[in-house]
Design a protein around this ligand. Structure first.
Ligand code: GDP
Ligand code: IMO
Ligand code: MG
Length: 440
């Protein structure tokens, strides 16, 4: 069995440009696989001014490659049907496969996400409100609904009729009846009776309609992927979210509920591919959306400049992203956790106009040097970044196609990052378009 498969993983807190990198490399792949997360992801792909925004569909659909949604993904059937409809006619539908073991995000998971965040008040995680945490909670508590049940008409109805009342009860332990009614009126008016109660028949009918649209794609994707491996096909695993949002290794509890880092590939697909390349995607600066510690966050005009030039607004939620400098302590940690064999640096062009650029090379806490990401987020909230400052290059890089043609100071920046993180940077992205990518 050949050592040919690749994984693309976010090295920071998400939105590093994973979609663009997977799409750029998709020409080399036969199969693209999502292994975790759900439609909390937002991956943007641009060719020739055509913009594709993907949430659940693997990036392979854009280039007509076999696309697999693995068992580790949580599938929102409403969201997925919407995306498939948007892509109708743009890719062959017999190339999309969804794992029969993937868990299903149902409307009450989204409602639970909402009420849990409200209940947390100031300490909220700032989730995407897509029901991701509650769906993985159902999965871990062995109460989840999986795709094989979803596509079986009788089982679907039986499971919905048993789960909905229990979950509505659960909702009522987290929020007032009024808040719940308001939420449902806004998001699921079609599920309610005149008096605002959930009408089970309406819910069941809704999911039956989605079942009919999704059944054709559902299969045992573990068997399928093993066949691909045995046939010598090249597989690309497309991570969503990122290492610092990993349930185990991220800035817990300000994390997502899946395993974006390398381990997720194995649990999330049911195969053990021989991986030759673990490509970490790192933005030339740092962004984070939602709550949680962010050591190098900028609260000044430079932060705003990065947000405006970089277009740092969420693909999924439209929220402004928090912006700051690159953090080598965080990246070295991510390198260990995900075992990057190489890095792609994106959005280098966003720094084109800056006179001075900082890179965080260490942390200090109570007068002591900290060289690792501490487990306790309260400590991480408290550490002070130690920066080095480098000169900007003040030149447009967006049309450059060759690493050697980059301004010397831009090359120095890339090489500095490489040196600080200890991983080779093999790709430099200087714009949104697939063509604006320098392979080194
Ligand atoms: P993902 O979630 O990691 O796939 O990243 P997103 O798509 O959410 O966010 C990255 C954003 O930056 C998207 O709008 C991309 O079109 C854009 N982008 C990606 N690479 C570059 C780049 O090198 N330069 C610029 N200016 N934009 C980029
Ligand atoms: P892509 O794949 C950036 C963040 C949310 C929140 C935390 C938990 O586009 O990089 P969740 O809804 O998952 O329970 O939210 O994780 N988050 C992301 N941030 N990019 C993403 O995906 C994200 N998916 C979730 O903002 O802080
Ligand atoms: Mg994104």
């Amino acid at each position: 069995v050949k050592n040919i498969h690749s994984v693309v993983i976010g090295a920071q807190w998400g939105d590093e440009g994973k979609g663009k990198i997977v799409d750029t490399l998709a020409a080399e792949a036969d199969v693209i696989v999502r292994y975790q997360g759900g439609n909390n992801a937002g991956h943007t792909i641009v060719h020739d001014h055509v913009v594709h925004k993907l949430h659940l569909l693997p990036a392979g659909v854009v280039s007509g490659k076999m696309s697999v949604i693995g068992n580790g993904v949580v599938v929102n059937p409403d969201g997925l049907v919407k995306e498939i409809t948007e892509f109708k006619g743009k890719f062959p539908h017999d190339l999309l496969f969804i794992s029969d073991r993937a868990h299903v995000v149902l409307f009450y998971h989204q409602a639970l996400d909402y009420v849990k965040e409200i209940a947390k008040g100031k300490g909220k995680i700032g989730t995407t409100m897509k029901g991701i945490g509650p769906t993985y909670t159902s999965k871990a508590s062995r109460l989840g609904l999986r795709m094989h049940e979803f596509v079986d008409s009788d089982t679907l109805e039986k499971r919905l009729r048993e789960q909905i009342p229990k979950n509505i009860q659960l909702l009522h332990t987290q929020a007032s009846a009024n808040q719940i009614r308001q939420y449902l009126r806004k998001h699921h008016p079609n599920f309610l009776t005149e008096s605002g109660l959930v009408d089970m028949n309406k819910v069941v009918a809704h999911y039956h309609t989605l079942r009919e649209k999704l059944t054709q794609y559902v299969t045992d994707t573990g068997v399928l992927l093993q066949q691909c491996i045995d046939d010598g096909k090249k597989i690309f695993f497309e991570g969503a979210q990122a290492t610092m949002l990993d349930l185990d290794h991220g800035t817990y509890p300000y994390v997502t509920s899946s395993s974006p880092s390398i381990g997720g590939v194995y649990t999330g697909t049911g195969v053990v591919p021989k991986i030759s390349r673990i490509l970490g995607v790192v933005k030339a600066y740092t962004t984070r959306v939602g709550g949680g510690p962010f050591v190098t966050e900028l609260h000044d005009e430079t932060g705003e400049k990065l947000r405006e030039i970089g277009g740092e607004y969420g693909t999924t939620t439209g929220r402004p992203r928090r912006c700051g400098w690159l953090d080598a302590v965080q990246l070295r940690y991510a390198r260990r956790v995900s075992g990057f064999s190489e890095l792609a640096i994106t959005k280098l062009d966003v720094l084109d106009k800056l006179g001075k650029i900082k890179i965080c090379v260490g942390y200090e806490h109570s007068g002591q040097r900290v060289s690792n990401i501490p487990a306790d987020v309260r400590v991480l909230e408290d550490v002070k970044p130690i920066y080095i400052t480098v000169d900007g290059w003040r030149q447009d890089t967006t049309k450059i196609q060759n690493f050697n043609k980059l301004p010397q100071k831009a090359k120095d920046y890339v090489q500095k990052v490489e040196e600080l993180v200890g991983v080779r940077i093999s790709m430099v992205s200087v714009g949104k378009d697939r063509a604006q990518t320098i392979i080194r």
